[in-house]
Design a binder for this molecule. Structure first.
Ligand code: CUA
Length: 315
């Protein structure tokens, strides 16, 4: 319509489901609006005052009518609730096997870091037909990573990791938007998702100069920061063993149990005293301000690489 892209392409497995629910809601709104407007006009004409001295009669009763207009909307809203919940659960639960890619938002760009080492800015190359999980954080303020053609978007929040997944269904180039006002150049904070055939994607991965995988960069940092003097694989170090830590429960000092996910590892590097593992002294120095968001990703990916693959943590 007038060359304005009012409706984005459908390029992911979830797109048709999201659209079906969306059209249902729009259709329902249209039906209700027309019904109400028609009744307002009809009743206004039908029950209008015909004589100056005419007084309206009080009407009581109409039990079936009252039950009807209570129960029918209730059932309709339940349909919306369960349908919405079904779509939400599909979007919230990534499949076990995903291609994991890190995204860091900052004023005003998107930095993309692949586990194989490739970096991109405002571009995201992914293969078609494979679930992609984005593990996202922000360096400064709240941004929102939105890919309309994939029908996914999520707030990207400083200080924590947010996950979002989608499975592209057709090769092509699709827009990325920042969907949360984040300052002067918010509207310029856009990018492109490039969905490629698997062969072309492999060729893209092997092209360009890459200094090893993200995990190997993390391993170098791990040595540079001398983390390895305390975190030793033989459990005789002053810090907890990191082998087979990722994705598993950790018993803390105060008796609580947390899961060693990306956010936990990030926090344990920046503010180690926040969650001290049971049986250890809070002797680790805080790395807040000493490691960049990108270095954190590499360190997290290195810790991940020390664990045997399990559900939800595969690359
Ligand atoms: Cu980043 Cu709006």
């Amino acid at each position: 319509m007038f060359g304005i892209p009012l409706f984005p392409e459908r390029a992911s497995t979830i797109a048709a489901e999201v659209d079906a629910l969306y059209f249902f809601l729009v259709g329902l709104s249209v039906v209700m609006s027309v019904l109400i407007a028609t009744l307002v006009v009809t009743f206004a004409v039908k029950f209008r005052r015909r004589r100056v001295d005419e007084v309206g009669a009080q009407v009581h009763g109409g039990l079936m009518l009252e039950i009807g207009w209570t129960v029918i909307p209730f059932l309709i809203t339940l349909v919306i609730f369960f349908w919405g919940a079904k779509v939400y659960f599909v979007m919230a639960n990534a499949p076990a096997e995903t291609l994991n890619i890190y995204v860091v938002g900052k004023q005003w760009m998107w930095k993309v870091q692949h586990t194989t080492g490739q970096r991109e800015i405002n571009e995201l190359h992914v293969p078609v037909g494979r679930p992609v999980k984005l593990i996202m954080t922000s360096e400064d303020v709240i941004h929102d990573f939105s890919i309309p053609a994939m029908r996914v978007k999520a707030d990207v929040i400083p200080g924590r990791f947010v996950q979002m997944w989608f499975e592209p269904t057709k090769p092509g180039t699709y827009r990325i938007f920042c969907a949360e006002y984040c300052g002067t150049d918010h509207s310029e904070m856009t990018g492109r998702v490039i969905v490629m055939e698997p062969n072309a994607y492999q060729a893209w991965l092997s092209g360009g100069a890459v200094e090893g995988s993200l995990a190997s960069t993390g391993e170098k940092l791990f040595a540079d920061f001398a983390c390895n003097t305390c975190h030793r694989p033989d459990s005789r170090g002053r810090g907890p063993v990191l082998q087979n830590l990722f994705g598993r429960p950790v018993q803390l000092h105060d008796g609580t149990v947390v899961t060693a996910d990306e956010s936990y590892i990030r926090e344990s590097i920046l503010q180690p005293a926040a969650k001290v593992t049971a049986g250890f002294q809070p002797v680790m120095p805080a790395f807040q301000g000493l490691v960049s968001e990108e270095q954190l990703l590499a360190l997290i990916e290195y810790v991940k690489s020390l664990s045997t693959p399990q559900q939800g943590s595969t690359n």
